[in-house]
Design a protein around this ligand. Sequence first.
Ligand SMILES: Nc1ncnc2c1ncn2[C@@H]1O[C@H](COP(=O)(O)OP(=O)(O)OP(=O)(O)O)[C@@H](O)[C@H]1O
Ligand SMILES: [Mg+2]
Length: 249
Amino acid sequence: MPEAPLLRTEALTRAFGSLIAVDRVDVAVRRGELRSIIGPNGAGKTTFFRLISGETTPTSGRVWFGGREITGLPQHAVARLGITKSYQITNVFPHLTVHENVRVAVQGWARSFNFWSRADALTDVAERAHALLRTVGLAAKSAQLAAHLAHGEKRHLEIALAIASEPELLLLDEPTAGMSPEETDETMRLIRELTAGRTVILVEHKMKVVMKISDRITVLHQGQVLAEGTPEEIRANERVQQTYLGAIR
Ligand SMILES: Nc1ncnc2c1ncn2[C@@H]1O[C@H](COP(=O)(O)OP(=O)(O)OP(=O)(O)O)[C@@H](O)[C@H]1O
Ligand SMILES: [Mg+2]
């Protein structure tokens, strides 16, 4: 029997007045998968994320995570179960150094699980923070104030902060927004490296990136799932080409 999906939504729906932003969406993401969600502006991608993370409650429909129903759970409860949204932790503290920012995130995670109660806990936290910074290429900037990082470096710091909490499911909403093609390539390499073996849902507008990085792609259009499949299947899908690929930004 195939393994049950890590995340599953059933007829997930969110209306804002007469506008149905997310319309009966069924999605199943298996453990370890990198799923991208694409669709034109206003397709419902961010709202879908908010419904999963508990930031917004659904009008109807259900959400399961790790076999347990999480529909309507408040955000902090969902976060505790291991769903992390990258820009939610965009609590980059500008007046702390890069290293201090990551240390705070690692420490918060460790404490919430009572993970390190040993005497050398602080060394472990500092070492883990350093390891994360090396992975995201910010080791040389450790002592700099976060406020002084360049835009692309800040986004890398955010990714390090998101990973610091060891999420079961990581939601990334347009991690390469505002980046140059070179920065985008570097960020994608990072995401691939840091999320190996993790489950990730990525919202991204840059098709080149999406086609390269995704295991599967879900296409949203006016709140509904227009198509789902591998990058090859999505590229070849006629409805997707007609509805979406022409409208790419
Ligand atoms: N809090 C809200 N109140 C009213 N309408 C909303 C609210 N949040 C989203 N919407 C509407 O729901 C629709 C879907 O919005 P959403 O932000 O989910 O789209 P998106 O796919 O993330 O778009 P983009 O690619 O521009 O980020 C849009 O028409 C938007 O105006
Ligand atoms: Mg959005």
